[in-house]
Structures are given as C-alpha cells and as structure tokens.
Design a protein. Structure first.
Lengths: 230, 455
C-alpha cells in the first residue's frame, strides 16, 4: 500500500514516514500543499494523510481539489484544530477521518488501516476471500483455516491483490504500490513472488487463487465475503 | 405617563405643550388688556358726550344761579337706580344739582381740577355700586363785567355693562384658545408620528435581523439616521468577523503549540528506552495537551452575539450526524436524527457544534449499535427552550464519573483523570455561556444526555 503524507513540520513528517514505513507501507511525502496536491493527483496513492495547517494553501483546499478532480482515495486529516466546526468542515469537503495532534502513533496506524480496509470494502481487520483469510493486524495469511508462512514482501503482494480482488492488477501497478525505490522495480521479481504465493496458497493446485490475465496482469479469483451477508 | 428621559415623543409633546401654553397665556393677556382698554374708552366717550349734553342744558340766570332744563334728552337720568348719574358742583364743591337717578345715593365730588380738563376715574357710590366717573371743570361766562362762574360737571355710569362685555369677550377668547390647543395637539401628534416613523422603522428592521429574516439594515433612511444605520451595519459586520478573527488566532496558536507536542509524543512513541522517564514525559505531554485544548475551547466560545441571525440547529445536527457516520463507519452504528419544529436559537454555530459534537462523539464511542440525536422546542415556565437529547445503548457511565462531570468549579487536573475534556467543555458552554442545563442519565442499558438552552 502506498501512502502520501503532507505535513509541513519536518521532524513530524519524518517521524510519520519512519513509523509508516516500518509498518510496511510505501510512503511519499511533501511539506507543502501545492506539491502534495500534485503528488496525490499523479502518483498511485492508496491513502493520504494531510495536515490542515500548511504554509501555502490549506489542507482543506487540497482535499477539495482532489475530490473535484475525481481523486477518490481515503484521506485522513491531521490538525491542531480541535473544534467540531473544523472537523465537520474537513469531513464535508471529502475527508474520511480526522485525527487531532498530538496523537498516538498506534492510533494513527490503526485508523489508516481501518480506512484502507473500508475503501477496499472490508470492515474487520480480517480479509476473507473464499478459503483465504488475511489477518491484517497479525500480518498473517491462512487457507482453509490453516496458517501459511509468507515473507513480508509476499504478504504485501497478497494483501494488495486481495484488497483489489476481482480487479486486474498490472505488474506495473503492483510494483508502484509496493516498491519504495524506483530502481528496485523489476517485474521479474514480481513473477517469482507470485509463483511462490501460488505454491503456498494452493499446493494441491485445485484452488487457483491468483490467475494470470495475459498481457494485463494478475487477478485474485475469490470475491470477498461481506460480513453483512448471511 | 412616560418619563421624559425615556421617550422622544413625550419630550416633544411636553415641551411643545409648554411653549403653546406660555404663548397662549401671553396672547390671552395682551388681548384681554386691549379689549379692556377699548371698552373703557367707549365708556369714557359716552360719559364725555353726557357732560356736553348736560352743559347744553344749563343756563345761568341774573342772580348767578344755575337752572337746569327739565327736558334733558337722557331718560336714564330720570329713573332711580338706572345706573347713569350726573351732578353739578360749585367752585366750593357744594352740590348744586343732581340727576333724579341719584335719589338716595351719593357720589363723592371730584377734586377741584383745572377748567377744561377731563378726569376719568373709577369710584364707588354710597350704596356700594362700582362706577366709572368723568369730571369736567368749566368757567361759565356770565357777563362782561362779572367774574366767571366755576362749575364742576360730573357724569357717572355703572360698571355692570362694562363687566358683562368683558365677561363675554373672555369666554369667547378662552373658548377659542382651547379649541386651538386641542387642534394643535392633534396636529402635533400626527406630525410626530410621521416624523418619528424612521426611528420606528429602524427598530423594526433590527428586530427582523435578530429574528433571522434580514442580514443588514436596508439604508433607506433620512439623512440624520444614515450615520446610525451605517454604524449598525458596520457593527453587524465586525461582530461576525471579529469572532472569526479570534478563532483563527486561536487556531494558529493551537497549531504552533501542538505541533511541537506532536513531535515530542511521536519521539516518545518511537523511543522505548527508559520506561519510567518516557511515561513521565508522556503523561505530562498528555496533560499539556488537555490543558491547551480546554483553555482554547473555552476562549473560543462566542456566546450569543447581538444583532445576528439565529442559527439553525437542525442543520447542525445533520452535519454532526453525517460526520460521525464517516468517522465511526467501522463500528457500523445506526445514528438517528430526530428534529421537531423550526429549532432556531440565538447563539454561535461553532459553540453549538462543540456541544452537540462532543456529546454525540462520546455517545458513538461507547454505543453498541444505536445512537439517537434529537432536538425539540419546549416551553418551560413560559419561556421557550431548546432541548437536545443524545442517547446511546452503551454500557453507561459509573455514577462517580457523572458527578465529577457535573460538579461545578472542579479544577481541570482533578476532574480530568482518564477522561477527555469534551464533557467539561460542554458543561462550561452550556451553563456559563448559554445559561442552560446539562443533565446525564446513565444505566448499564445506555446513557442519555440532555442539554436545555433558553432560546
């Protein structure tokens, strides 16, 4: 998952970036509204964390511009303003959640993950797609209730595919969302990872959870089970 | 009767009334005097012609005796008590002749006086009758070789006629003056009503602004009220912009204080080295944060501004509810809104959002599945009040927490153990700023918080 952090205070921005990265996210960051808005429009961002009190334009204006141009990823607002009229204004303009400074880093992480799950259509921390269950809190995966061993990077790939289950995910997109550094992006490595995942998820070769769409990319085959369905 | 200080209308009416009264009094007095003078001149002229009439009826015989003709063409002199009298005196003030009408009464003789001079006075007869008296001394030529005879002719007339005329005049005069006064007062009332209409219009427009039907004064006023109208409009504008300025200033202050705090907190979260040291700093940061929040919230309370349109509580409830649905989407709560009636209150939108937002947020935090926000208008002791009720189906608040929250004057650090500042802020806003009431009713089945605010 690729996150965007827009925060003008450099130390805080750096701290955010570090904690998000250590939790497995790819983090883009900016210290100004104009640049941040551009990043949000141009990069394949999954979620943005936006500080309202920016030096050039207000974070509210950035979010407003995003929503008007069709950018739809979830946005979490960070701000010192604790008043309800500010919270309401931010949420009305298109933000999805609101966190007041100073905050506990754990709370930020929890909320970010909740927003990502909600955006992908999952309410709980467990993603259920057919026989495959992904525990986003424990960062583990299981098939038919049997825990399987996955590396950190394999987990990331599986998570992204399951979050976008039913949709075709190109290798390019995968690499953009999962790689920090542009130089690391190598589609061959991804092919190997997907191959290994298939072996781990489907040793009997009867499930075929990840299918290859020739010339386009990969698709996770099992639809998610909605919790509200009986 | 309105005190002079409290009514422009009364001031004008009273002073104009006084001026009118003074003017009419002076005019009345002057006219009265003039009439008196002219009436008494008429009397004098009558008496003068009487004197000449009498003179014309006198003859002096050889023995220097006065003979008065018996056929004086003045019948009043023949009738006793006619009110018209005549006398002739000698040089030595002995009465030589008197008219028949003087039977039984005396009129004092005049002073000697120089011949050819008329003396006009008032006198009283021996019977107490008030009279106008005219005296005339004359030198009668008797012959070329004898000394002239000095005679004093006196004619008199009863004042009764004069008095009657005067009375009639006065009655007429004052009657007309009263009529004029009433007419004047009536016209004055009409003029005042018409003249003071712009003031009533301004008052009306201000009332409409306060009831939310207008935003500013229309400005179609007479020159004298223009300044007032413009000043009122400027006041309305600065009122609203001032509040926003203070809020912005506070927001900036919050930003500059809290960002360093956020950095500290973040660093502490990341650095798990010395547990107790970290805990201490962490706790203090927490406390600092709460204090800043609380004081900023209190300072940001705007209260009820004058001359501003009332706020629509229904819209505020709607906004809070949709915000909470977003924020608590993961919990999948059923958040219901019930708003009855017009629900307008004079106050600040930000303050109202704080009150409803904080309580509703608490409700959502603790609720199992349902939160209801309702607002309605009630009449309590003949006063209209806005009642906002927020209930949740959570596990409820322990009674100690409720008493803590509702206790007056608790210091922030005592009351805030393990609790957010939300309830304290709401209590302060509700009770101190809006003179309302906050009631909490809680059981393991749920909590119900009620805010009652006078409209």
């Amino acid at each position: 998952m690729r996150l965007l952090v827009i925060e003008d205070e450099p130390t805080l921005r750096e701290q955010l970036r570090a904690s998000l990265q250590s939790d497995g996210f790819v983090v883009d960051h900016s210290g100004t509204g104009v640049e941040g808005q551009f990043f949000g429009e141009e990069y394949p961002i999954d979620l943005a964390i936006v500080d309202i009190g920016l030096p050039d334009i207000s974070g509210i204006d950035v979010i407003k511009a995003w929503r008007e141009s069709g950018v739809s990823f979830p946005v979490l607002i960070l701000t010192a303003r604790d008043r309800w009229e500010d919270k309401v204004a931010g949420l009305e303009i298109g933000a999805d959640d609101y966190l007041v400074k100073p905050f506990h880093t754990e709370e930020l992480l929890a909320r970010v993950k909740a927003l990502l799950r909600r955006a992908a259509g999952f309410a709980e921390s467990k993603l259920r797609c057919g026989p495959v269950i992904l525990d986003t809190a424990a960062k583990s995966a299981s098939v038919n209730d049997e825990l399987i061993e996955v590396t950190a990077f394999e987990y990331k790939v599986l998570e992204h595919l399951m979050m976008n289950t039913g949709k075709v995910v190109s290798k390019h997109e995968l690499s953009e969302h999962l790689y920090e550094d542009e130089t690391d992006r190598d589609s061959n490595v991804l092919e190997v990872i997907v191959g290994r995942l298939r072996k781990k998820l489907d040793p009997e070769k009867d499930l075929n959870p990840i299918e290859t769409v020739r010339g386009h990319g990969y698709r996770f085959r099992f639809g998610r089970e909605s919790d509200s369905e009986n | 009767m309105l005190s002079l200080k409290h009514s422009v209308n009364s001031r004008i009416v009273v002073f104009a009334g006084l001026v009118l009264a003074a003017f009419l009094s002076v005019a009345g007095w002057v006219l009265d005097q003039a009439f008196r003078d002219s009436a008494s001149i008429a009397v004098r002229e009558r008496l003068t012609s009487n004197v000449f009439l009498l003179l014309g009826s006198i003859e002096v015989n050889a023995g220097r005796d006065i003979v008065v003709s018996k056929d004086i063409p003045k019948p009043e002199w023949q009738l006793p008590e006619s009110g018209h009298f005549a006398q002739i005196f000698s040089e030595t003030l002995d009465q030589i002749w008197h008219s028949r009408s003087m039977l039984g009464l005396d009129i004092p003789p005049p002073n000697s006086g120089s011949p050819g001079q008329f003396y006009f006075t008032e006198a009283q007869s021996s019977t107490g009758e008030a009279l106008f008296v005219l005296s005339y001394a004359v030198l009668w030529e008797t012959g070329s070789d004898q000394k002239s005879l000095k005679l004093l002719i006196q004619t008199a007339e009863n004042e009764a006629g004069f008095r009657l005329q005067l009375r009639r005049f006065r009655r007429s005069l004052w009657g007309w003056f009263f009529a004029i006064s009433f007419g004047f007062l009536f016209v004055q009332t009409v003029i005042l009503r018409w003249g003071l209409k712009p003031l009533r219009d301004i008052a009306q427009e201000v009332a409409e602004i306060e009831s939310g039907n207008k935003d500013a004064l229309s400005g179609n006023y007479p020159v004298e009220l223009n300044a007032l109208g413009e000043n009122l409009n400027a006041l309305i504008r600065t009122n609203t912009s001032n509040i926003q300025r203070y809020r912005n200033a506070l927001g900036d202050l919050a930003h500059s204080l809290k960002t360093p705090l956020a950095v500290i907190k973040s660093a502490l979260d990341a650095d798990k080295q010395s547990e107790s040291f970290t805990t201490t700093i962490s706790d203090q940061v927490e406390q600092l944060d709460k204090t800043i929040n609380y004081q900023l919230q209190r300072a940001a309370a705007a209260g009820r501004p004058g001359l501003a349109r009332p706020i629509d509580v229904r819209i505020i409830v709607g906004k809070i509810a949709s915000s909470l649905r977003k924020v608590y989407a993961a919990k999948e709560l059923h958040i219901e809104e019930h708003c009855l009636g017009r629900l307008r209150i004079s106050g600040d939108e930000g303050d109202m959002m704080e009150m409803i937002g904080n309580i509703s947020d608490n409700a959502c935090k603790w609720a199992r599945a349902n939160v209801t926000i309702s607002a309605s208008e009630l009449k309590i002791d003949a006063r209209r009040a806005l009642v906002i009720e927020i209930s949740d189906d959570g596990p409820g608040m322990p009674p100690e927490k409720i008493t803590d929250a509702l206790q007056r004057g608790t210091r922030l650090d005592q009351a805030m153990e393990g609790q957010g500042i939300g309830l304290a802020v709401v209590r302060e806003l509700c009770e101190q700023v809006y003179q309302g009431k906050l009631e909490i009713d809680s059981s393991p089945a749920g909590t119900n918080v009620q805010i009652t605010l006078p409209i």
